[in-house]
Design a protein around this ligand. Sequence first.
Ligand SMILES: [Zn+2]
Length: 249
Amino acid sequence: MVFSDNELSRYSRHILLPEVDVQGQEKLLSAKVLIIGVGGLGSPVALYLAASGVGEITIADHDKVELNNLQRQIAHDEQGIGHSKVSSCYQRMININSHIKINPINDKLNGELLLSQVAAADIVVDCTDNLTTRFEINQACVTYKKWLVSAAVIRWEGQISVYHCGHPDSPCYHCFYGGRNDSRQNCSNSGILSPVVGVLGSMQAIEVIKLIINKGDSLIGRVLLFDALSMQWESMQLPKNPNCSVCGS
Ligand SMILES: [Zn+2]
């Protein structure tokens, strides 16, 4: 791949990083990432990955933009209210970087559609807000042995982890959360501090980039817990459950 002057200029601050360099930027431009949900977490993920030059990004969401989203979902604005979230997010992404391919899916991503989109992606980013959907995404990622970058936020707290789904040594999302019921706690009934989604979404984007360029230590086998009130991070080991009904042997 030969970079144009335009691309060299656009990505110069990446290329200056020895861990990225021209080779890393080429990998980013060749990568395919699936972002499921373009709300609070998905907004910064989508905007940073578009700005970073990830070559093909699929965004999926079936919601429309509402006024109460604008407190934290920074891909959307007042003009987008009443329009689909994917069209609103697509417009912001393409305004930042018109040289990448963006596939908007204005639909609920489940069943065959979910499987086909996961199969086509290098990395899946879970930015959804309910446990049932998260389990289905995890199952699809285990089936197709995909990287899954997962985060969740509520109130002043957030957590993030990375799974190399289907890999013999990596836990999957179900290993850790499998026994849990959807407690129905979410942003709409418990609240969420606006920038907390920005912190966790930005960290998801960082992990995606590190996986693509294959640099640094990823969060595989670990979960990071963030408490914005005490401004503390906690790192916990996330062991594989050999009896996991999704990824266990
Ligand atoms: Zn598992």
